[in-house]
Design a protein around this ligand. Structure first.
Ligand SMILES: *Cc1c(COP(=O)(O)O)cnc(C)c1O
Length: 452
């Protein structure tokens, strides 16, 4: 009995339902269960031990050589040369992604702020987005002193719910910022239809979504403008960095001007803008990341598809729902919804602790939606908001900030794997993830004994 490997056992146990195995051969199952299937948190053997994941960010000699070359060149700032690393990255990234133009910035947050300013969105205007995202998504909206209107999300996809978006449109709404959360496409068909009907700009927050594809196009090239982050955890990283993609030459020139403290390409200072230039060392790292990016993106997609197919055997863990039209994701994050009714009703924290003991660490990710952070009361107390929005509008705004689905995802359901490195792993690594989850599921009776 002990000779049966965990892998073999898991395959049998997940192929047939546990009930069938147990009722056909109760004593054999129970023996197997006590020898192999004691949860690691209760003293059993962990599924995964003494193994590491592929490291992220990815560093090779090309990265080191590229930085050294830039250091020696003395070209450290993008305006020193039209052939420096930043202008070159802009050309290469636009071409890789299938966009006409790219403007590099110092971060995803800076990219989003630049787009908001370039579209002339400011005090008195409203922009609709999701509460389930990085603060960088709305930082640009409030930096421009516009009002971020937060629409609740879909429980299965964790993405902006288009029916709620449409309900929140007012005469002052200027734009929607759909976020492709986890790097997989949001319900873009519906969002684009709503935007067209109400004449709203669409700024895609593709900060997590490098190379992902939707209906034949890369994310970030479908709306009016698309924003990317190149922060170290993201799938095309340089430490801190950002980029904007777009096809409208005039609008992209305006993005450049805003990004360049209001000074246009002809050297005239024409508008309001911060200084958000990417530096040449960041450009150097990005140029050295690009040759590997496609291969890595392909591998993450293959591993994600494998995980998703295997996890069908576990009804209590539901991989992120993908919309029709999705051709690939970035899988910056691989996420699942936790359904405690399939785990003897134990809270997510218990499940996460048991899984971590098996050698698989998942995160609960964002602790609470942006609608629950103190910036809300801060901006509502500012003179500019009180003067630019009516008291009735601000009262309604606060009432509509309730996002119960987002709250539930944050506090009870999200299971997140940092995937940039781990999804570059082997099939064996993926089996470890599945086997650990299946082991906890199949031994859920033991979870009642787990102390937090
Ligand atoms: C990372 C991220 C941002 C911000 O990008 P930074 O480069 O960290 O400023 C914005 N939106 C989303 C969805 C992100 O994941």
């Amino acid at each position: 009995m002990n000779k049966i490997s965990r892998r073999q056992f898991m395959t049998t146990a997940s192929a047939v339902t546990l009930g069938v195995v147990a009722s056909n051969n109760v004593s054999a199952f129970e023996k197997l269960s006590s020898s192999v299937n004691k949860l690691a948190i209760l003293g059993g053997t962990p599924v995964r031990q003494n193994k590491s994941w592929p490291k992220w960010p990815y560093v090779d000699e090309k990265v080191v050589a590229s930085i050294t070359k830039t250091a020696r060149s003395g070209i450290w700032c993008r305006i020193d040369s039209p052939n420096g690393t930043v202008p070159t990255f802009e050309k290469e990234y636009a071409s890789l992604m299938g966009a006409k133009y790219c403007v590099a910035t110092g971060s995803g947050t800076q990219s989003l702020h630049t787009c908001v300013e370039a579209l002339g969105i400011g005090p008195g205007d409203e922009v609709i987005t999701t509460p389930y995202t990085d603060m960088g998504t709305i930082s640009g909206i409030i930096s421009a002193r516009a009002l971020p209107v937060l629409a609740d999300i879909d429980r299965e996809s964790f993405q902006l719910d288009p029916t709620i978006v449409e309900r929140l449109i007012t005469p002052y709404t200027r734009a929607i910022i759909p976020v492709h959360i986890m790097g997989q496409p949001c319900d873009l068909d519906s969002i684009l239809t709503i935007a067209k009907k109400h004449k709203l700009y669409v700024i895609e927050d593709a900060c997590q979504a490098h190379l992902a594809q939707y209906r034949g196009k890369r994310l970030g090239t479908i709306g009016d403008l698309g924003c990317f982050s190149h922060q170290s955890s993201k799938t095309i990283p340089c430490g801190e960095g950002g980029s904007i993609l777009g096809d409208d030459g005039g609008l992209m020139d305006q993005c450049y001007t805003v990004m360049n403290h209001g000074t246009n390409k002809k050297g005239r200072s024409v508008t309001i803008g911060p200084k958000y230039r990417m530096n040449e060392f960041e450009g150097a790292v990005l140029l050295a990341q690009l040759p590997n990016a496609m291969e890595q993106w392909k591998r993450r997609n293959e591993n994600a598809a494998y995980l998703t197919s295997k996890l069908k055997a576990c009804p209590g863990v539901v991989p992120q729902k993908l919309y029709n039209g999705t051709e690939s994701g970035s899988f910056y994050l691989y996420t699942m919804g936790y359904r405690k009714e399939y785990f003897n009703n134990v809270d997510r924290a218990v499940f996460l602790k048991a899984l971590a003991a098996e050698g698989i660490s998942l995160s609960s990710y964002i602790p609470n939606g942006l609608h629950r952070e103190p910036w809300v009361d801060h901006i509502l107390g500012l003179k500019v908001y009180q003067e630019m929005y009516s008291p009735a509008r601000l009262k309604q705004y606060k009432e509509e900030l309730a996002c119960p689905v987002c709250d539930k995802i944050c506090s009870e359901e999200m299971l997140m794997l940092w995937a940039s490195g781990p999804l570059l792993g082997t099939k064996k690594d993926m089996d470890d993830i599945v086997n650990a989850i299946m082991k906890v599921y199949e031994n859920r009776d033991q979870l009642a004994k787990v102390k937090l």
